[in-house]
Ligand binder design. Structure first.
Ligand SMILES: CC(C)(COP(=O)(O)OP(=O)(O)OC[C@H]1O[C@@H](n2cnc3c(N)ncnc32)[C@H](O)[C@@H]1OP(=O)(O)O)[C@@H](O)C(=O)NCCC(=O)NCCS
Length: 176
């Protein structure tokens, strides 16, 4: 049965579903050097590519699973500043949390504020007993954020078709 991820809100932010109207922002985010370095090249180079990415990625996941990466919007000016949410990958057993913000919105606690809300949603509204995250070994900002969110390093894993070993972090209900 599909889960349902509603719009989420924090003091400074609104987290909402992505639509193709967000294509310009997604094009910028997916070509930012920190995205390319720590997440990877999704080959999104035009507004048309970005619309297709939104439809085949997040929008499909909302419809099929009721989960997905939400667009993080700043309340004061409605600026789209990043994405954050929960997803279910075929390659992982558990639901994972993910986030990415444009560089000009990093280092201001926005990622922590958004991700804290998403974790609360996963734990309290969805009743998840375990939430995981994957991150590259050198991604210190991401690792610091995951630890602040209460996830702990578990082990190094390989995703299918990827030679690189990446970190698996997890929060387990039984540990708290
Ligand atoms: C990973 C990523 C989301 C982390 O974002 P971030 O901006 O570093 O995270 P935060 O929002 O927690 O802010 C970090 C710092 O801002 C500081 N900060 C500044 N103003 C703040 C405020 N008003 N409130 C809270 N913290 C504030 C925090 O103290 C924190 O520093 P600390 O970690 O030394 O305590 C970001 O680096 C990113 O988008 N990277 C590219 C994509 C990526 O790698 N994604 C993860 C893939 S696994």
């Amino acid at each position: 049965m599909p889960l349902f991820l509603e719009i989420l809100e924090t003091e400074r932010l609104v987290l909402r579903f992505q639509t193709i109207r967000d294509a310009e922002f997604i094009l910028e985010l997916l070509n930012d050097p920190s995205w390319l370095k720590f997440i990877g090249d999704r080959g999104v180079r035009t507004i048309e590519d970005a619309k297709n990415f939104i439809l085949n990625g997040p929008v499909r996941m909302y419809k099929e699973l009721g989960l997905g990466f939400l667009l993080v919007e700043r309340k004061e000016d409605q600026a789209p500043i990043g994405i954050c949410g929960l997803m279910k990958r075929e390659s992982l057993e558990d639901i994972d949390i993910g986030f990415a913000f444009l560089p000009q919105y990093q280092g201001q606690g926005y990622a922590y504020e958004a991700a804290t809300r998403v974790m609360t949603y996963g734990k309290d509204s969805l009743g998840l007993n375990r939430i995981v995250a994957i991150t590259k070994q050198g991604n210190h900002h991401s690792i610091k954020l995951l630890e602040k969110l209460g996830l702990q390093f578990e082990n190094l894993i390989h995703l299918p078709n990827d030679q690189e070993e990446i970190n698996l972090f997890a929060w387990n209900r039984s540990q708290v």
